[in-house]
Design a protein around this ligand. Structure first.
Ligand SMILES: Cc1cc2nc3c(=O)[nH]c(=O)nc-3n(C[C@H](O)[C@H](O)[C@H](O)COP(=O)(O)OP(=O)(O)OC[C@H]3O[C@@H](n4cnc5c(N)ncnc54)[C@H](O)[C@@H]3O)c2cc1C
Length: 403
């Protein structure tokens, strides 16, 4: 396969990729078409997780990019965005899996971990030997997690040893988490909890086999069905001080992790729109009504053009917001505008593309309903449209309207 910009990339933004980056995209597309596309609708229907893709995605290097200290050109934020887009174009659940592993989980250890913790955990996460999950949201705290966490971490000072030395400190975690992606299949969980000592949010690396840690799959979810979201209960879970993220001392570090990934979710939203749009273009050429392909009817062309306009405008937004991250100028409000704008455009686009299929648009085999349903989860996670709007509103007016 040789590199071709996506036909949905109307202004040819992908022509700016380097030759090396184009090679990575070609390898990724080949893998997705051969190994992922054939299984997604079946797994989506059964709400099952195709565990075999973890190794394939890891072998492509997708779990390593943000924390590769060599900082080669393939791991710019813009390129990571294109990867998220290419993944979501085929399946948004698989894009979510990659975003959780390399962004939220590896990002937490990258931002909040010590050098020793990065060396201990990141290579195993990058290779796919370990799968992680990110536990911030709680049953009683979603949008207000900066101040509303109820999971408590209590410090247990190390006891004195017979030789006069003091044993290591540990922490006891108690509380509950909700919506945690990969929760039932992960080997480790990053758990964010409020310290009983200083009231600040701290992060912990918790092996999911630790006594007192239980994860129960959330059933009957109708979006991103391949992602295994869980309710997690933490009951007197003992975590050694060595597993507390040593450089995460307040919610500021949690927010830094979310900032890294929020713009990537905006890219995934564009990819999810593109998946629906490509399916719609294909159908517009095949389906005959009134003696000609439906794509020859004016109002059907209107649906396609409006969708392409949304995709093209959104691409401009996500490319620039990731360039800002690469330049070191991206702030919370920049990522928030990208997420709020592109997810709103995605919701319009997937609905227009679904409409173009008529009745066949609600049959899973035609893909478009999967992109339509998955859009609802992408719209709400990593900060709802309202919360991201309020973050931008605060930047414009200097007034925080959500506290
Ligand atoms: C598929 C999926 C995967 C997820 N994966 C993870 C994960 O891996 N880890 C994790 O920690 N979390 C995860 N989440 C949780 C996600 O981040 C939350 O759902 C999200 O932050 C919103 O919280 P909530 O659902 O509790 O909604 P709520 O906070 O209860 O909000 C309900 C509604 O009220 C609105 N609202 C709330 N406060 C205000 C306000 N001040 N002003 C205006 N409107 C407001 C919201 O915008 C929303 O429309 C996931 C969620 C989903 C759906």
């Amino acid at each position: 396969m040789t590199f071709e910009p996506l036909s949905s990339d109307f202004y040819g933004f992908q022509n700016s990729l380097s030759d090396k980056e184009k090679e990575v995209i070609v390898a990724l597309r080949e893998y997705l078409e051969a190994e992922v596309r054939p299984l997604v609708n079946d797994h989506w229907a059964r709400a099952a997780f195709p565990s075999q893709v973890v190794k394939g995605l890891a072998d492509l290097g997708l779990f390593g990019m943000p924390w590769d200290e060599t900082k080669t050109f393939e791991n710019s934020a813009v390129f990571r965005g294109w990867v998220a887009l290419e993944l979501a174009r085929v399946d948004a659940s698989i894009a979510t899996l990659v975003g959780m592993q390399n962004g939220l989980v590896m990002g937490s250890i990258g931002v909040g971990g010590s050098k020793e913790q990065r060396e201990q955990w990141l290579p195993k996460l990058a290779s796919g030997e370990l799968l992680g999950c990110f536990g911030l949201t709680e049953p009683l705290s979603g949008s207000d997690s900066a101040q509303g966490l109820r999971t408590i971490a209590t410090l247990v000072p190390g006891t004195d040893n017979p030789d006069g030395s003091t044993g290591p400190d540990s922490w006891i975690l108690n509380g509950a988490k909700r919506w945690i992606g990969n929760g039932t299949i992960a080997d480790i969980a990053i758990i964010w909890a409020k310290s009983a000592e200083d009231g600040q949010v701290k992060g912990f690396i918790v092996p999911t086999s630790t006594p007192g840690f239980t994860a129960t799959k959330i059933e009957n979810k109708q979006a991103l069905r391949i992602v295994q979201n869980a309710d997690i209960v933490l009951e007197n879970v003992v975590v050694p001080e060595a597993n507390r993220l040593q450089n995460a001392n307040s919610f500021r570090e949690t927010a830094a992790v979310l900032r890294l990934t929020r713009a990537e979710v905006a890219w995934a939203a564009v990819g999810n729109s593109i998946g629906a749009y490509e399916a719609a273009v294909g159908y517009s050429k095949e389906r005959i009504q009134f003696g000609k392909p439906i794509g020859a009817h004016q109002l059907v062309q209107d649906l396609l053009v409006k969708s392409l306009g949304n995709i093209t405008a959104s691409l401009g937004v996500v490319i620039r917001v990731s360039e800002m991250l690469d330049e070191g100028t991206q702030k919370d409000e920049h990522a928030s505008l990208a997420k709020a704008f592109t997810t709103a455009r995605m919701r319009e686009t997937v609905a227009w593309c679904r409409e173009l299929f008529g009745g066949n648009g609600i049959v899973l085999d035609n893909d478009v309903i999967r992109h339509f349903a998955d859009a609802e989860a992408i719209y709400s996670y990593e900060g709802t449209r309202e919360m991201n709007t309020l973050i931008v509103g605060r930047a414009i007016t200097g007034k925080a309207a959500f506290v």
